[in-house]
Design a protein around this ligand. Structure first.
Ligand code: FAD
Length: 348
């Protein structure tokens, strides 16, 4: 394992802000992971696990301990009880893995095409888009438990997946290093075409689109929203959606709907579990005066998506945080709802 010092972290993230890592190690094998963890213990260095850097806001001070970049690769495929099972190294690029499953005609993650980041990052916030979430196909997660130094194969239920949440970003945050994820997909299955944007895209088709056509559609739709990383495009110098869609109780939803009705507006919402409603964070942001393309110094809102805060070139992490707080405050004042950020804040 090669230990580096004072490594700039901004270029390793999609938002491209933040300071350096005091120590940095890219780990490719389980032995290297163990070596890095042992080093962090012996030198009493706080550890941060980095994947593809697509869901992060790194502070301007950076990280004073050791950043461990998980680069474990490898994909193994087998059939099991009619399913196509893929065991995937945490450091594999997520979208490359999706492309491979589609090429192998396996359904289950096609709607998650075009999401940046690593395979190991997907269980952390139960990555989801266009009507699919990884919780539907993850069979298990192999992780190193920093509490006892042992490797554990956590089954799907043990990960406690809900909307943008798992044990890895809630109750057990910082406890596990994810090494490998196992997905069980439907060999020869049909694509999931439940999401409105996808239904619209395929309206008028007389045949069911293939998985490859669905992947292509998702990537095109994402590109139109600046949610597909395209080098040089300022609109995707972001951490994706900056806020989660609020999930409200019936009572909270009534209160919000009443505020909207008083302004002659109707808030878009979707059912979420029993008696809960998920409302559109993008709608709340836009109806609080933060419209697409808004510029605020070095930061702004993507011209293609109201939920993406962008770094317009030379933004600092402090700029991003100040803008995020401005949005949260205005939404709370107008709508009585505190938006919760989706990215992980590191070193603040
Ligand atoms: C343009 C754009 C579009 C996006 N679209 C979507 C979308 O549609 N849906 C969606 O859900 N997300 C989306 N995201 C967010 C992001 O891509 C996902 O959350 C992704 O899974 C993060 O993975 P990563 O490897 O980049 O993780 P990082 O950003 O590196 O890390 C995120 C968190 O996961 C932890 N982590 C990462 N790898 C490991 C590991 N091996 N072990 C333990 N912890 C780990 C980190 O410590 C950190 O807490 C988007 C982001 C961008 C920039």
């Amino acid at each position: 394992m090669r230990l580096q010092e004072n490594v700039p972290l901004a270029p390793l993230t999609t938002l491209r802000v933040g300071g350096p890592a005091r120590y940095f190690a890219e780990v490719r094998t389980l032995a290297e992971v163990s070596e890095a963890v042992a080093l962090s213990y012996s030198r009493e260095l706080p550890l941060f696990v980095l994947g593809g850097g697509s869901n992060l806001v790194i502070s301007d001070a950076g990280w004073s301990g050791l950043v461990l970049k998980v680069a474990i690769t490898g994909i193994e495929e087998r059939s099991q009880e009619g399913k196509a099972v893929f065991e995937v190294g945490a450091g594999e690029e997520w979208d490359k893995f999706v492309a491979r499953t589609v090429a192998r005609n396996c359904a289950g993650v096609e709607c998650l095409s075009g999401i940046p980041g690593s395979v190991g990052g997907t269980p952390v916030q139960n990555v989801g888009a266009y009507g699919q979430e990884v919780s539907e196909t993850i069979e298990s997660v192999l992780a190193l438990d920093l509490r006892d130094g042992q490797m554990h194969e956590l089954c799907n239920e043990a990960c406690e997946f809900t909307y943008r949440t798992s044990i890895f970003n809630s109750t057990q945050r910082g406890r596990y290093i994810i090494l490998r994820v196992t997905y069980a997909l439907n060999s020869g299955g049909e694509p999931r075409l439940q999401y409105a944007d996808l239904k619209r895209y395929f309206a008028g088709w007389s045949v069911t689109p293939t998985l490859a056509e669905t992947r292509d559609a998702v990537r095109r739709i994402r590109a139109g929203k600046g949610m597909l990383i395209s080098p040089g495009d300022e609109d995707c110098r972001s951490a994706g959606s900056f806020f989660k869609n609020p999930v409200l109780t019936a009572e909270q939803f009534q209160a919000l709907a009443a505020r909207a009705a008083a302004k002659n507006l109707q808030i878009p919402s979707y059912p979420a579990l029993d008696a809960l409603k998920k409302v559109s964070a993008a709608w709340l942001v836009e109806h609080s005066g933060f419209s697409k393309g808004l510029v605020s110094g070095a930061v702004g809102i993507s011209r293609k998506h109201a939920l993406a805060i962008i770094n317009r070139g030379d933004a600092t992490a402090a700029d991003i945080v100040a803008f995020k707080e401005q949005i949260q405050q205005r939404v709370e004042d107008l709508w009585g709802i505190r938006l919760e950020p989706e990215p992980v804040f590191v070193g603040f």
